[in-house]
Design a protein around this ligand. Sequence first.
Ligand code: ADP
Ligand code: MG
Length: 539
Amino acid sequence: MEKLRFEDLNLSKEIQKAVMEMGFEEATPIQSQSIPYLLEGRDVIGQAQTGTGKTAAFGIPILEMIDPLSRMLQAAIVCPTRELAIQVAEEIKKLAKYKRGIEILPIYGGQPIDRQFIALKRGVQIIIGTPGRIMDHMKRRTLKMEGLKMVVLDEADEMLDMGFRDDIEAILKQTPKERQTILFSATMPKAILELTKRYQNNPQMIKLVHKEMTAPKIEQVYYEVKEHAKADTFSRLIDAYNLKLSLAFCNTKKRVDELVETLKARGYQAEGLHGDLSQYQRDRVMSRFRKGVIEILVATDVAARGIDVEDIEAVFNYDVPQDEEYYIHRIGRTGRAGKTGRAFTFVVGRDIYKMKDIQKYTNAKIKLAKVPSVSDVAEVKTTILLDKIKGAIEEGHLGKYVSLVERIVEEEYTSLDIAAALLKLSMDEKPEKAKEGMRQDSDDELKDTGAKHGMVRFFINIGSEQRIQAKDIVGTIANVTGIPGKAIGAIDIFDAYTFVEVPKELAKDVQRGMKDTKIKGRRINMEIAKPKSSRDRDY
Ligand code: ADP
Ligand code: MG
């Protein structure tokens, strides 16, 4: 049994309609195999990698088994991060679209708890939350577990990695014994199996590891490169394939930071994702990546786990993963939703042996490729530009521009001359370089502002002489830029000026947002503080 049609899964009309509307044609293997057991009320351990539709695998049975006439809490889904809790809640809400009387609520830290109280009071049958926040509500008795029928531990391995073991056990201990316990995880380390032994009742194990490779949709290649040539190869590939959204993996946090720096210096919008980020920083990076503000997200394996972003065009294994299983997880982030993805792996020296292991393990065709030369890159760029021009012609609405061309034609140039000159202007390398230089400089100025690590210090030209207090500064920055007050760091108020620290990744937004702003009615000038050495002279 591989995949089933949703029609064959004995689902209600409402669910079938929602699933159809979501564009699912057939159930994925993990769905085909777990839904029947879950509908029977069995405990399940499901192992399948990211992107295989685990949410619907437990979400559909939950929706089918909830009693909409009872307003008691009936199902709790525990997720490692707020990001995932929100993602899961959204997916389940979509699945529930045609079901009446089912209330679904994500609860996670960082959201005002009283807003959650109000929502919970109204009666919610399904909650999706992070372990900490669920515990919090249980302690306050705002979540009553007596009527709970189903508990899902989603991304269980990730939760254990993040140190949630005690919280998870505490939650399970306070839920009715006869509950149905469902556990999904991308990997099955021993700690998970122990957990299932203790808290599950005769669970059905469903393991779908490398079958769902989705390999045909991902074009996989590797390049043999020298370590010092990786960055160059990377940028050439980004440029040659004109990639707008890519995910790059490094084996350590330090490597992530280094690669982010290198890419930024080359003018790319890159950010890192690793365990050192606060939840707030992580959410922010993810939402910027989702929106495409960040073109390249650089991550470690653990930090990227469970993240589901559509439209990732390419995955780069900047470092060959240590584990074959990681390779599969990594490249599975691209080639989603029927689109073709690309996976590029950089192989240095002895990495080639690991690459061979990966090849054997995945049973996929991973081809050795030649790094595109500078002229290949130029050729691809030219093709893209010419395609754009053709597109613009077909789209029409060129009247205004035609009349401009006519003006020059009257001065005895041919339209061919004009077209060629315009192409030259738009293909000229110089403006690109100038832009890169600019971006680099502006990032450099964030480097040494005398702030705490990870923060950037700003100078504001008002101080205690203007009766400025810290709360005025925090209030204005939070209002104008939308960043939460608690993200703002140290504030030092002097007679005529003030220093304030903000997280580095928000510095540019703050800088932009605070242009031409007033604090207490006074127009201020806020700028990035200069390094200590030059500050002594300047201020
Ligand atoms: P996982 O939890 O296994 O990482 P998700 O549940 O987040 O995976 O699903 C990944 C993506 O696949 C989501 O965008 C989801 O809507 C989609 N999806 C889920 N089931 C199906 C299906 N049967 N057919 C097509 N797409 C699906
Ligand atoms: Mg998931």
